[in-house]
Design a protein around this ligand. Structure first.
Ligand code: INI
Length: 154
C-alpha cells in the first residue's frame, strides 16, 4: 500500500519567526498582516510570533539564518518586496534574497518560507499583497504550518 505523508495546518503550540524587510513597507506591511492573521487563525498564539525587520530584501538571508539557527522557531518566514521597475539591481537583490533564503532552509533543516514578492511593477505587488491575487504573506504562513507538521511526521 502507498504511504502518504502530509502536513496539516494546525498552529497549536508552534513558534514562528518572521523576517521582514522595510523597503517597500507599504507592501511588506500587508504581507506581514496577512501572515500574522493567518497564523493566529490557525492556532498560533500572538506571543509565539516574533517579527524581525531588516532594511531590504538583500539583508533577509542573514536575518533568516540567525533566526533559524537559534532553534527558537518551528519555522521562519521571509517577507519582502522587490520591484523591477524601481531598481536597476533588481536581479542582484532578488537573486541574493532567493538563493540565500533557500540555502538557510537546506543548511539548518528548519522550514524556511519564501514570501518575497519579485514583481515587474508596483501594481503587481499590490495585487499580491491583499488584493486580487490574494496575500502572499498569508500563503507563506499556510506553507509554514504545513511544512512544520510535515517535517514532524517524516
Ligand atoms: N530592497 C528591497 O527589498 N526591494 C527593492 O525593490 C529594492 N530596490 O528597489 O532597490 C531594495 N533595495 C535595497 C536592498 O535590499 C538593500 O537593502 C541595499 O542594497 C543595502 O544593502
Amino acid at each position: 500500500m502507498t504511504t502518504i505523508i502530509e502536513g496539516d495546518f494546525s498552529g497549536k503550540g508552534k513558534k514562528i519567526g518572521i523576517a521582514a524587510s522595510r523597503f517597500n513597507d507599504f507592501i511588506v506591511g500587508r504581507l506581514v498582516d496577512g501572515a500574522v492573521g493567518t497564523l493566529v487563525r490557525h492556532g498560533v498564539k500572538d506571543e509565539d510570533i516574533t517579527i524581525a525587520w531588516a532594511p531590504g530584501a538583500f539583508e533577509l538571508p542573514v536575518v533568516v539564518k540567525k533566526m533559524a539557527e537559534s532553534k527558537k522557531y518551528h519555522a521562519v518566514i521571509a517577507l519582502g518586496c522587490v520591484i523591477r521597475g524601481a531598481t536597476p539591481h533588481f536581479d542582484y537583490v532578488a537573486g541574493e534574497a532567493a538563493n540565500g533564503i533557500g540555502m538557510v532552509g537546506l543548511n539548518s533543516g528548519v522550514p524556511v518560507l519564501f514570501g518575497v514578492l519579485t514583481t515587474e511593477s508596483i501594481e503587481q505587488a499590490i495585487e499580491r499583497a491583499g488584493t486580487k491575487a490574494g496575500n502572499k504573506g498569508a500563503d507563506a504562513a499556510m506553507g509554514a504550518l504545513e511544512m512544520i507538521n510535515l517535517m514532524e511526521k517524516l
